[in-house]
Design a protein around this ligand. Sequence first.
Ligand SMILES: *Cc1c(COP(=O)(O)O)cnc(C)c1O
Length: 224
Amino acid sequence: MSIQDNLKQITEVLPAHCKLVAVSKTHSPESILEAYSCGQRHFGENKVQELLPKYEALPKDICWHMVGHLQTNKVKYIAPFIYMIHSVDSFKLLEEINKHALKSNRIIHCLLQIHIADEETKYGLSYDEAKEILESTALQTMQNVCIKGFMGMATHTDDRTKIRTEFRNLCYFYRNCKEIYNGSNIDISELSMGMSGDYDIAIEEGSTLIRVGSSIFGDRMYNR
Ligand SMILES: *Cc1c(COP(=O)(O)O)cnc(C)c1O
């Protein structure tokens, strides 16, 4: 199947409130352009050093999403153009994003990454740590970031019931936070969950942003 066919298959099942972020990591600018020519504008990358040359080479109306772990010392490279950072997993990182967003005279949309999986290796905050950030007075002074919601990755398992439970709990947390947290730089309206293997479940459980790579571009040379 072609990139075009794959995109069509996914967008056909996408509800109106849910957007597709095409995760293009390891794939060539040519493949990205193929998706672009089908109308796809939101793309995701997980490494700064891979994102920068792609940003330089490709059309400037692409909205770039950072979906992978982000080191504080790399924030300065993407702050001038990044559309959304899905992987905010510490207050320190948020401060760094705010600092460089200010220098670029921008407001950068951020998602707090929540650790919802069983695996030890995955980054992310606990629900309590995320609440701590949302309630902190220090956040109120950081006017160049806006917290738009949450991102989560389910456990890598064939147990679809387990995946569904993890997504459902995250969505419950998201809806609760949407009710209780308000501020000039808090606007909880996005829930980033669902990848190639589980985006159908994620959509059913309330996702507003699915991050799909291999189902669009084919297999990668390495695993996530
Ligand atoms: C690679 C990656 C994806 C996409 O994974 P696929 O299984 O290829 O769809 C989504 N989110 C994050 C954070 C990733 O690193």
